[in-house]
Design a protein around this ligand. Structure first.
Ligand code: SAH
Length: 516
């Protein structure tokens, strides 16, 4: 009998990807399929390995949402195919997340399941706004309320009469932006003091969090004035006033800025973290992907060089020009049964701080680094360095690298052995990524290689021009800038140090100078 899989109903937290649980991370690393909602941070989803099936079931303007019964059936179907399924939901699965319904449906269908709680938006957004929802003497209980269906129904299930009498507690209202005026009326009608402190938090815990406070009576007007839009929640009660002192979040140079990161997600964790640290909201929308090159002939050709006891007189070099080159080379080296001892005979040349860092991560140190991180400078300086030594040089590369380096090494009378270890291709976006772009036009688009810019144009076509035209374009260096310019986009920021930290530094400088 075919083995039936299992469904994990997992809370993703409120938006800041750092607020996901360790258990959720473990499951995300191990699952076969993920079914995810709109309010889930894409930083949790996009870097998942390609073998994981991805289903976006959230609402978006460009594609209609899946109905709850369709989602339920999808979960059962995937589990029956034997998969380990993560059903990733914003916040906590059992707090207004319909997680209960999904669990019941799984149970009815004999599918085993587990619930992994998450940090619910009400708790997280209030914490990020500096509002303790319980506070000694001021708020001794809290109510989590859905304002969506509650307010306008003739026979409401919400005990407004009772809620209106709350004095030493707080009310946290989900799904409440459109219903806010009616909720406020009901509470005031039921006797709540119109001067009760109240707050509304939009996109809590993300780089674009906004937070307004007013008296209960004035909150709806202020919300409309400020154009607060979902996802947002309101908090009513005395502790709201504490946010005047405790409001700690935000204030970074990049706060409120949406940064599109086009580099492959599995290599972008550092960049996401650096940008988030400065307050940005990250849009993880890679335009290229890399994969191991699946033709072994390059390795077969250099096999002889790895025979430990056979050693020629010539100097032997390996040249790395990218982080990916290092990563895939080391992986393939091990996959072929070798280990670091087999590298002992080689000298190593590397171009770029990212490449150098990738080598150091593997406890390898470059013997040669060009004075500038460009192919031209590497080609010229390295061939000068090895001239006349009759070296053998393994040039580790991807499919897109140019041949200049090979040519000039050959001109220096060395034998070049090109070894293609990875291929770069245009990324494929799922519906959740498109929805992210539709809803969050980027303020800044970052390109960390020419291929990310070419991929951007390929994925977005004409629409790319409009999006790029409305954003500040940041490039990692002159070679990348050249390609961005060829793609008819205008670069406003170019990194002086051609590395991810160098690029982030330059973006910070730009926004320090261009304070909105
Ligand atoms: N299960 C989720 C709630 C889903 S209902 C949880 O536990 O958080 C969706 C509502 O949650 C939104 O309408 C909004 O009121 C609230 N919400 C979700 N994410 C939010 C965020 N980052 N900031 C403010 N409110 C949020």
């Amino acid at each position: 009998m075919k083995q039936v899989g299992k469904v994990y109903l997992v809370g993703a937290g409120p938006g800041d990807p750092g607020l996901v649980t360790v258990r959720a991370k473990e499951l995300l690393n191990a699952c076969d399929a993920i079914v995810y909602d709109r309010l889930v941070s894409l930083e949790l989803v996009v870097p998942m390995p390609e073998r994981v099936q991805r289903y976006f079931v959230g609402k978006s303007s460009s594609c209609h949402s899946m109905h709850q019964d369709e989602i339920n059936k999808l979960l059962v179907k995937l589990a029956k195919q034997g998969m380990t399924v993560v059903r990733l939901k914003g916040g906590d699965p059992f707090v207004f997340g319909r997680g209960g319904e999904e669990a019941l449906f799984l149970k009815e269908n004999g599918i085993s399941y587990e619930i992994v709680p998450g940090v619910t938006a009400g708790i997280a957004a209030s914490a990020y706004a500096g509002i303790p929802i319980t506070h000694r003497k001021q708020s001794v209980f809290t109510v989590l309320l859905t304002a969506h269906e509650a307010a306008d129904k003739e026979v409401t299930q919400v005990p407004w009469e009772w809620l209106g009498k709350i004095q030493h507690g707080s009310i946290v209202g989900y799904m409440g932006v459109t219903q806010l005026p009616s909720v406020v009326n009901k509470l005031i009608e039921a006797g709540m003091d119109p001067n009760t402190p109240a707050a509304l938090i939009e996109r809590g815990t993300t780089g674009s969090q906004r937070h307004i406070s007013a008296t209960l009576a004035d909150l709806p007007g202020k919300a409309a004035q400020e154009g607060i839009a979902p996802p947002a929640l309101f908090i009513i009660g005395k502790p709201v006033l504490l946010s005047e002192e405790l409001d700690w979040f935000g204030g970074g140079v990049l706060s409120g800025k949406r940064m599109m990161v086009t580099r492959p997600a599995d290599q972008a964790f550092d960049m996401y973290a650096l940008l988030r640290e400065q307050g940005a909201e990250v849009l993880p929308l890679p335009t290229i992907r890399t994969a191991a090159h699946d033709d072994d002939s390059g390795w077969d050709e250099i096999k002889g060089l790895f025979e430990l006891n056979v050693r020629g007189k010539a100097e032997e070099w390996i040249v790395f020009t990218s982080e990916n080159g290092v990563r895939y080379f080391i992986q393939q080296l091990f996959d072929r049964g070798y280990d670091f001892r087999f590298l002992g005979r080689f000298k190593i040349a590397a171009m770029g701080t990212g490449t150098d860092r990738a080598l150091r991560l593997h406890h390898l140190k470059a013997d040669f680094l060009p004075t500038k991180s460009t192919s031209d400078v590497l080609a010229a300086e390295f061939s000068d360095y090895i001239k006349g030594k009759a070296c053998k040089v393994i040039r580790v590369r991807g499919n897109l690298g140019d041949d200049r380096i090979e040519q000039s090494i050959e001109e220096a009378d060395a034998v070049v052995l090109p070894l293609q270890v990875y291929d770069t291709s245009t990324a494929v976006w799922d519906a959740g990524m498109w929805a992210c772009l539709d809803e969050n036009p980027p303020d800044v688009i970052t390109f960390t290689s020419g291929s990310t810019a070419a991929g951007f144009k390929e994925i977005l076509g004409d629409r790319g021009e409009e999006i790029a035209g409305n954003a500040v374009i940041a490039s990692i260096g002159p070679m990348t800038t050249q390609i961005i310019t060829n793609e008819k986009m205008k670069v406003a920021i170019e990194a002086k140090m051609h590395s991810v930290p160098g690029l982030v530094e330059e973006i910070l400088n730009y926004f320090r100078q261009h304070k909105a």
